[in-house]
Design a protein around this ligand. Structure first.
Ligand SMILES: Nc1ncnc2c1ncn2[C@@H]1O[C@H](COP(=O)(O)OP(=O)(O)OP(=O)(O)O)[C@@H](O)[C@H]1O
Ligand SMILES: [Mg+2]
Length: 444
């Protein structure tokens, strides 16, 4: 007999003897404890039966009369039930855990099956292990066509190195940032997807990749539409700027000629007054020219963001008395859409400062952080409550919304830091190529 079973049987026999000697509850507790220890030692119900059988035999051997034997049998029955209680409780707990596990598995499966994003797993050699149903809706493929096969042929060839690098990173235990890949659909076209991948772990080991992919076709279309809208808007602004510059400029030139004619016909004392009018007209002309250049600064196209912003800051300063400093540099030339977006954003920010802030000073600062260009526009004015303003419905301003939309179109972000009485800072980041060529050529 197993030594553990032998020891437990001896203890059980002692409990039975104790019960027969009138120890009642204490003996029952002892039998319960034998059951608990049997379980704790990893023994099973059959071992428990052996323990009970052996203990009962001992008690029977010590009984001399038929009455004593029948008392021993009745006591044996009571202790038998008591010592089995720990087994019964353990069995119930296992059942409860199993039910909870089944429920949670069911909920998890439901979530995966009804998700709008593709959820998939890859084995460490890059084969598709699981795919949820939405894969079929998005790509048109049947899941059985791809399960067990390498994922690589699904990826647009130019994107494959990135996909492979991400899988390698995950298998090395990293959780890389989101990335985009184009995925082959059954019709032969490619669908843009945004991917998030993490290691799939089993018993402490990385056994594959768990991924979630989102179809971003609609988002890309919306961004594209926004870009077109911005381009159309820029064209319109250019037209207005030229009208202001050329037509208003010519009208003013005609007024100058008429005034010169009148001046010749007037006595000297009156013509001096006309001279004042002409100098005022010169000022208007100068301001109109400045305004038309700010509207569509050719300087932005020809020389880039920094000179254009300095020109803008100079004009706003002269008109409003606001002190404006421009620090740092946006670095090399950026894509035209990004430069235009940043120019328009600073322009709206400065308009907001002059309209709402009653500030004395605005600091515009650029810094480069890897693939991000950061631009801060900070004033020392009245400030405002950002959440309240952003949640405002009805007569809501378009300026901040326009800034956000322009940034969305170029993949940038906006963070507003402001509090009433503490000034306002707009923190803007836009993605830029770290290696973008330092080309200073004109673009139009
Ligand atoms: N620099 C700032 N200082 C203080 N308040 C500001 C500043 N910038 C924005 N605000 C507040 O945020 C609100 C929203 O600004 P937003 O540019 O979106 O709209 P607006 O300037 O009121 O109108 P619009 O730009 O459409 O002509 C403003 O009405 C103002 O209360
Ligand atoms: Mg505004």
């Amino acid at each position: 007999m197993n030594p553990d079973v032998r020891e437990l049987a001896a203890e059980y026999a002692r409990a039975l003897q104790g019960y027969l000697a009138g120890h009642g509850e204490a003996a029952l507790q002892q039998a319960y404890e034998v059951g608990r220890q049997t379980l704790a030692k990893g023994l099973g119900v059959l071992d428990m039966a052996t323990v009970q059988h052996w203990g009962l035999l001992r008690a029977l051997a010590k009984s001399r009369t038929p009455q004593e034997r029948s008392r021993a049998l009745r006591a044996g029955q009571k202790l038998c039930v008591e010592s089995l209680l720990p087994f019964e409780m353990a069995h119930r707990r296992v059942q409860e855990v199993n039910t909870a596990l089944r429920d949670s598995e069911h909920r998890y499966r439901n979530l995966v099956d009804t998700a709008r994003d593709v959820i998939y797993t890859l084995s460490s050699d890059g084969r598709l292990k699981t795919l949820n149903p939405v894969f079929e809706t998005i790509t048109g493929w049947s899941r059985t066509e791809w399960l067990g096969k390498a994922f690589a042929p699904l990826v647009y060839p130019d994107d494959l190195p990135r996909a492979a690098a991400m899988v390698q990173a995950v298998l090395a235990g990293q959780a890389p940032p989101m990335f985009e890949l184009r995925i082959l659909s059954r019709s032969g076209s490619y669908i843009p997807g945004e991917f998030m991948v993490t290691p799939q772990i089993h018993e402490g080991q990385i056994v594959g990749v768990l991924g979630v992919a989102r179809d971003i076709t609609d988002r890309q279309r919306a961004d594209e539409a926004l870009r077109h809208l911005n381009e159309a808007l820029e064209e319109e602004i250019k037209r207005i700027a030229h009208a202001l510059h050329d037509e208003a400029g010519q009208l003013l030139a005609s007024v100058h000629i008429v005034l010169a004619d009148i001046a010749r016909e007037l006595p000297t004392s009156s013509s001096q007054r006309l001279e004042e009018v002409r100098s005022l007209l010169n000022k208007i002309e100068e301001q109109l020219r400045h305004l038309s250049h700010e509207l569509r600064p050719t300087i932005l196209d020809d020389l880039g963001l920094q000179p254009a912003l300095e020109f803008l800051a100079d004009g706003v300063s002269k008109r409003t008395g606001l002190r404006i400093s421009v620090a740092g540099t946006p670095g090399s030339r950026l894509p035209p859409a990004t430069e235009t977006a940043l120019y328009r954003i600073v322009q709206e920010a400065l308009t907001n400062v002059t309209r709402h802030a009653q500030a004395a000073h605005v600091a515009i600062a650029f810094s480069r952080n890897g693939h991000a260009l950061c631009c801060s526009i900070q004033d020392d004015g009245a400030g405002f409550d950002v959440p309240t303003t952003r949640a405002r419905r009805g007569q809501r301003g378009l300026g901040l919304m326009g800034i956000q939309e322009r940034l969305n179109a170029v993949g940038g972000t906006l963070n507003i830091v402001s509090e009433p009485g503490r000034g306002t800072e707009l923190l803007i980041t836009v993605p830029v190529e770290a290696t973008s060529a330092d080309s200073h050529s004109a673009r139009r």
